[in-house]
Design a protein around this ligand. Structure first.
Ligand code: ADP
Length: 161
């Protein structure tokens, strides 16, 4: 059985993440989405909120599960007996960081492989941070995220202002 993890901050999940998830489900028997508990960035949503927004986005995908994790990604993969880490790549922006992360993970755990899926053309410029920025400024982000995420985002940014 092929098992892969897709780790990330998902603050919040976007249609770009979802596209990677749907494509990855066709490559692996089981896909576990790992929501980092404490990424090194400032977050808008709490860990549970981020995980719940991901959960609600994948209810129709039978071979997908969502878990919260902290610590090393390779340890999370090993714990779940996953052979592969999935990541998404947008144009040039992600390459250097993903390459560095991949080298470090390979050093820490040579048996775990990385599979990078190229972002769909329509999501190349979509990031959770830009999305939050646009939402804060009152922009309409409805076609960039699932409906329940758009609602949560609007609620959250209005409360924070
Ligand atoms: P991280 O803090 O690990 O970068 P993110 O939630 O920002 O967490 O991203 C998780 C993964 O999804 C990363 O591999 C990132 O490159 C990828 N990703 C983010 N946005 C997109 C997108 N629009 N299209 C494809 N992949 C994406």
């Amino acid at each position: 059985m092929t098992i892969a993890i897709y780790p990330g901050s998902f603050d919040p999940i976007t249609n770009g993440h979802l596209d990677i998830i749907i494509r990855a489900t066709k490559l692996f028997d089981r896909l576990i989405i790992g929501v980092y508990e404490t990424p090194e960035k400032s977050l808008l949503f709490t860990t549970e909120e981020r995980a719940e927004l991901v959960r609600q986005s994948v209810t129709t995908l039978p071979n997908v599960e969502v878990r919260v994790f902290s610590g090393l990604t390779v340890d999370f993969a090993k714990e779940l007996k996953a052979q592969t880490i999935v990541r998404g790549l947008r144009m040039s922006a992600d390459f250097e960081r993903e390459f560095d992360l991949a080298m470090m993970n390979k050093k820490l755990s040579p048996d775990i492989e990385l599979v990078c899926l190229m972002s769909d053309l329509k999501y190349q410029f979509l990031s959770s941070s830009l999305l939050k920025e646009a939402a804060r400024l009152g922009g309409n982000v409805n076609d960039l995220v699932p409906k329940h995420v758009a609602i949560a985002l609007t609620r959250k940014v209005n409360r924070k202002m």
